[in-house]
Design a binder for this molecule. Sequence first.
Ligand code: 6R9
Length: 659
Amino acid sequence: MSETTIESILQETRLFYPPSEFAQEAEINSLKAYEEHYAEAKADPQAFWAKLAQKELHWFKKWDQVLDWQPPFAKWFVGGKLNISYNCLDRHLTTPRRNKAAIIWEGEPGDSRTLTYAQLHREVCQFANSMKQLGVKKGDRVGIYMPMIPEAAIAMLACARIGAPHSVVFGGFSAEALKDRLEDAQAKLVITADGGFRKDKAVPLKAQVDLALEHGAPTVENVIVVQRTKEPITMVEGRDHWWHDLQKTSSPHCPAEIMDSEDTLFILYTSGSTGKPKGVVHTTGGYNLYTHMTSKWVFDLKETDVYWCTADVGWITGHSYIVYGPLSNGATSLMYEGAPRASNPGCFWDVIEKYGVNIFYTAPTAIRAFIKMGEDIPNARDLSSLRLLGTVGEPINPEAWMWYHRVIGAERCPIVDTWWQTETGGIMVTALPGAIPTKPGSATRPFPGIIVDVVDKQGNPVPDNTGGYLVVKYPWPSMLRTVYGNPERFRKTYWEEIPHIDGQPVYFAGDSVRRDEDGYFWIMGRVDDVMNVAGHRLGSMELESALKSHPGVAESGVIGIPDEIKGEEIVAFVILKNDFSPSDDLVKELKQHVMEEIGAIARPGEIYFTDVLPKTRSGKIVRRFLRQIAAGQEIVGDRSTVEDPTVLDKLEAEIREKH
Ligand code: 6R9
């Protein structure tokens, strides 16, 4: 075993073929069809993307050059002119989609709203004019700090319409985190709401904006406020404006700005494990094409489908697969304000039943929370409208995959496990549901046009079934263009970690991965989370997956802490299912279970039971904090990435008590 590869221990052999009724109706309807598309794209990626760009999008002016690649800087559809809001709205208005639902929205308290394409277009145009009233121009950056209400999508599309790059900041982030992001982007305007409803509470947002602006972000001139919760807020004279007041005097006519293919569409901040968050920059043409094509083929969108992605718009998944990708395809995109909560743990299933949702896209963390609550909850609802399921955000452990397949999908729905990143803009490795047989826990195969490989730290290919580093070897249309204001960081983080391969720089995703003998990719976790135990390099995912295959375990986070003899010692944090309780016997049993599943080398030294784990809003465990807590160190680093930072203190206290 080389020092620069990673061991893979997960053994999963189950295989699920696309149901024939599903495949018959799919555009990419067989493995052969997928392989033909893949081969065509690989032979000439530029011709492949150009053909699709011509067929699938509306351009005000065609491009002069498909790709200008000056590593690591790529330009796609150079000289082409378009507007993504035009592609998401205007072009559907002259078709029968005009009065089709574009957005179906359900609020947490049970209020709801449907916007047809014509209505959404009108609102977007009006709001674009509202921003213009306040002097926002093409190129100005706009911060969006909103709950999950239709106005969030309207604001994004209106920014795109006038060419003002948006920067959406999670409503769950603190005033401090918001301030940092607004400052880095030098935002001129902030769009927010008085608050939003989440988990049975009204969560204030405007008050956080006030705090952020008190402490910094001096470039912000105006704040637009949607009235949502009707809780009292303060409005600063001259700076703060109600959304509904501005809309009253705004015309519903606003032609889409002619944008260059490479004009910035948005900046979205993503946290690194160290240092300040990176502003990932996405541009217009390539992003529009790639999110359009992946939405179409991965979600197999049909004209009558109700499609629901449960992400927040503050995450890239919300950008690409609630707003831009589905709307560019003229689909009906469902938006939900709430989260499973004490007053209704089955609210997701109620939404599916109420609207007859056909396609459901969520995160493994949510699936594991549902498993913990028990299957009686979904079983009490009619989920028969579902025909396709998806997951995103982290590797899905095979047990959770099987539960999703059996309980939610009734063994009828294909599951697409989609691997991608804020930086990639769209889905990169995934099953195409009518074509690629699935294996529980594998994201399966690359999307046509995506050339991915598994290499060691020196850039040498590794044999099948050996863990290594995931790299992308050819530019793709929706790749990040740079880190906002910091091209050097862009180059260093993504293009210099792995040496050139065949003289070409490669994109380093920061994930460890194994490719099996069928060419299937198995993501093993972030490279930063790899442990080194007695010379064996083990990924977090496989250890966590082994724990979660025990019937009592709902969720787990596994990390390594320094150990004089072994290099690192494995420490596991475990959340039990509702009908199990902590005991010394259970600790022994779990250690034994991991040994049986993986081997003695992976036996955890410590197991801590807990009710909470530090997670990002998109459900990723922030393992660097677990490492600090387990090692009894002071918690350092940017806490704002954790959805509920109080979890850190709680865990720290729990662990201290046990020592
Ligand atoms: C879309 C999104 C990116 C990181 C990525 C990887 C993990 C996402 C995954 C997955 C295994 C999947 N990740 N999807 N790992 N299987 N299907 O999540 O973007 O928030 O930037 O996170 O998430 O580690 O590198 P982002």
